[in-house]
Design a protein around this ligand. Structure first.
Ligand code: NAD
Ligand code: ZN
Length: 298
């Protein structure tokens, strides 16, 4: 396969999705005289697709890249949509661009070897897509997560839905923001665990964020109780609870002010007025986030 290609092996993990790894890649590309006709192939999970896209879009003002996602998360979400980026000071995707790959090749056969923790992580974004797009789809989510031989249609549904939204709002100024449901609290939570050097998967953070943000929607009387409990139970069917210490809670409440959706120092987030009915640009308070975290802790 591609005998003349230069292979760059990147150390695994969210903690390496940073400037220092990018610098190493740029140095290697420079050393090997990669030019503007070179093609960067991002072969791996969401970390590789996000960081590879970022590296390619900066190198010599941009070289083409393609994504070959190998995790469920990257097939159903990260590799598509043109958001590239890296973490900075442990803040999620703090530096980045909108930049689209030339091609995306998806083959669910890669999922055969994916550890269950990572598989579960990708399932969170598939659940999110069902939840914000269509009450019927959400109600038809299976009791158990489908195996890699039965996941193809769920990946296709996610991609179709995401493409439809991104096409209308590439730069995330309007409708596309709905895809961030669960991510305001989710990203702050993921950063909090990253800071403690105990990373949790992106999907687990988003699943927790979705329960908390649905709780806030319910508390604000936007989301009917019966729908809130349906959402919470469905998500908890797949995802184990995370133990949130007071230290983690404090860190979440600090990190949340770095969210990219915020405006004028106010925390802005996507809430729900029903299943399949996301509402963008909702202002929430630190107190509401704390209450949601306390509810989650039970
Ligand atoms: N740009 C976007 O729109 C977008 C959307 C969702 C998530 N993301 C980002 O994606 C990242 C998470 O992606 P992820 O969940 O793919 O994690 P990941 O890229 O860290 O991959 C998870 C693990 O699986 C391993 N792996 C990858 N493919 C494998 C395979 N086929 N078999 C066995 N092991 C394999 C990797 O080496 C890694 O250890 C986060 O940084 C998140 O912010 C971005
Ligand atoms: Zn996500």
């Amino acid at each position: 396969m591609l005998p003349s290609a230069l292979w760059l092996i990147i150390p695994v993990g969210e903690k390496n999705k940073n400037l220092s790894t990018c610098e190493k890649i740029w140095k290697t590309l420079t050393f090997h005289h990669a030019d503007r006709n070179s093609l960067l192939i991002n072969f791996g999970g969401g970390v590789i697709c996000d960081m590879g896209g970022f590296v390619a879009s900066v190198y010599k003002r941009g070289i083409p890249f393609i994504n070959i996602p190998t995790t469920l998360m990257s097939m159903a979400d990260a590799a598509i949509g043109g958001k590239t980026g890296i973490n900075f000071q442990n803040f999620k995707n703090h530096l980045g661009f909108f930049c689209f790959p030339e091609k995306i090749y998806i083959n669910p056969d890669f999922l055969k070897t994916l550890p269950s923790r990572e598989y579960l992580s990708g399932w969170a974004e598939i659940v999110k897509h069902a939840l914000i797009s269509d009450a019927g789809k959400f109600s038809k989510l299976p009791l158990e997560i489908p195996s890699h031989t039965k996941i193809r249609s769920y990946i296709s549904d996610s991609i179709r839905f995401k493409f439809k939204i991104v096409e209308k709002d590439i730069y995330d100024t309007g409708e596309r923001k709905m895809l961030n449901f669960g991510h305001t609290i989710g990203h702050a939570l993921e950063s909090a665990f990253l800071e403690k050097n105990k990373p949790i998967s992106h999907g687990l953070a988003v699943a927790t964020g979705m329960i908390c943000e649905a709780w806030i929607s319910y508390q604000k009387k936007m989301l009917p109780a019966v729908q809130f409990f349906n959402i919470s139970e469905t998500i908890q069917r797949y995802f184990l609870k995370i133990n949130l210490t007071r230290e983690i809670e404090k860190s979440i409440l600090t990190n949340i002010y770095q969210d990219k959706k915020n405006c004028n120092g106010k925390i802005q987030c996507v809430l729900l007025s029903g299943i399949g009915k996301p509402v963008i640009d909702c202002v929430i308070t630190e107190g509401e986030v704390r209450e949601a975290l306390r509810f989650y802790e039970g």
